[in-house]
Design a protein around this ligand. Structure first.
Ligand SMILES: [Zn+2]
Length: 366
């Protein structure tokens, strides 16, 4: 995630800011400034600051506090996860809100309900507190009026944030609540499919509404919800199908390894003959690298006859044990963006597991 900026850590969780969020801070500041123009016009003589400057300061402050509220919403989810021993890799703030990236989504409907509910609950409480404080602030008059407007707007924004997140559509919290609720009545995959279908209907309605009112924001959210629903459904299907399957069950145990000295020309012939797209590279019985068709293709045709395997192979190896779960292999491949993992048992190469093996296993189960 190089398109996001790490702000710091809370509860040991890195909090990141996606570049789209910077845009929204500026937009929110601008919108708030124009919305509250009339109020700040009346706050003369506040510490010698011009009304226009004061408006700018308040608007930026408002945007930053709103951002903190979004972060608190995510921390609400994370707190419940943390308490139940679920790791949170990071929290990223996008223009539409935050996303807490969990190591795994609990397959326990009660816990998922609690976790999904915690975020909107935080937003709701923050909203009510802000609205409540706006009254006393207004009593001060002058700069207090400006503060009251800020608190009031902040309160309303938090309540909108809560309502928006409660939309019954993935990847919104409401989608998770719905799935968890269904999951207490039917199998998990079926519950996910039903929740995802409802999300898609919602997305379609939002899209039509966005189209008829030419609301760009709504169109974007519709798209986001549609993609989110499909992704969630796919990910759940995969992790459920791979349940109880170990790496040993699906790996290719007949590993053909190659030597460091092999030329790429020879490797190409071997790949052609055996129809494998990647090979482990061995030296003195030890695994030293892995070479794939992609590595081979990077070298121009003419140079392949005198380029050795060890000149282009990947030396950084991600390994997996045969008794690990197949879904762990899937997760590793997705995270590292690789297509195969050597399987190592007591220091010995015993097999290789590829993305194709995983896909085959998923298809067989389904
Ligand atoms: Zn949330």
């Amino acid at each position: 995630m190089n398109s996001s900026l790490e702000l710091g850590k809370i509860m040991d969780i890195p909090v990141r800011l996606h570049w789209t969020f910077l845009l929204v801070i500026l937009y929110v500041a601008w919108a708030f400034a124009s919305f509250s123009q009339t109020v700040y016009g009346k706050t003369y003589g506040f510490g010698g600051i011009e009304p226009a400057q004061l408006r700018l300061i308040y608007s930026l402050l408002f945007a930053v506090v709103l951002f903190a509220c979004v972060a608190l919403h995510e921390l609400g989810h994370s707190y419940i996860a943390h308490k139940n021993g679920i790791g949170i890799k990071s929290i990223t703030l996008y223009f539409f809100g935050g996303v807490a990236s969990m190591e795994e989504i609990p397959r326990n409907p009660r816990l998922e309900l609690q976790m999904a509910f915690a975020g909107p609950a935080v937003s709701g409480v923050l909203g009510l507190i802000s609205v409540y404080l706006a009254g006393p602030a207004a009593a001060f008059g002058g700069a207090g009026n400006a503060l009251a407007i800020m608190l009031w707007t902040l309160g309303i924004m938090n309540i909108i944030l809560m309502a928006f997140n409660l939309l019954p559509a993935f990847p919104m919290d409401g989608g998770r609540l719905l799935r968890a609720w269904f999951a207490t009545r039917m199998p998990y995959v079926k519950a996910t499919r039903l929740a995802a279908d409802i999300g898609k209907v919602f997305a379609t309605l939002m899209f039509l509404l966005g189209l008829s009112t030419l609301n760009f924001m709504l169109l974007f959210v519709a798209f986001f919800v549609y993609v989110g629903a499909s992704e969630e459904e796919k990910a759940t299907k995969i992790s459920v199908s791979l349940e109880g399957i170990s790496v040993r069950d699906i790996m290719s145990a007949k590993v053909h390894s190659i030597a460091l000295e092999m030329t790429l020309e020879e490797l190409k012939e071997l790949m052609f003959r055996e129809k494998h797209r990647g090979y482990p590279v061995m030296s003195d019985e030890a695994l030293v690298g892995i070479i794939t068709l992609t590595d081979l293709q990077r070298v121009p045709e003419a140079e392949r006859a005198h380029t050795r395997v060890d000149q282009v192979m990947a030396r950084k190896l991600y390994l997996i044990g045969p008794e690990e779960e197949a879904s762990t292999a899937m997760k590793m491949m997705n995270e590292m963006q690789i297509r195969r993992l050597p399987v190592i048992d007591e220091g010995r190469l015993v097999g290789i597991v590829s993305r194709e093996d995983l896909v085959r296993a998923i298809e067989l189960v389904q």
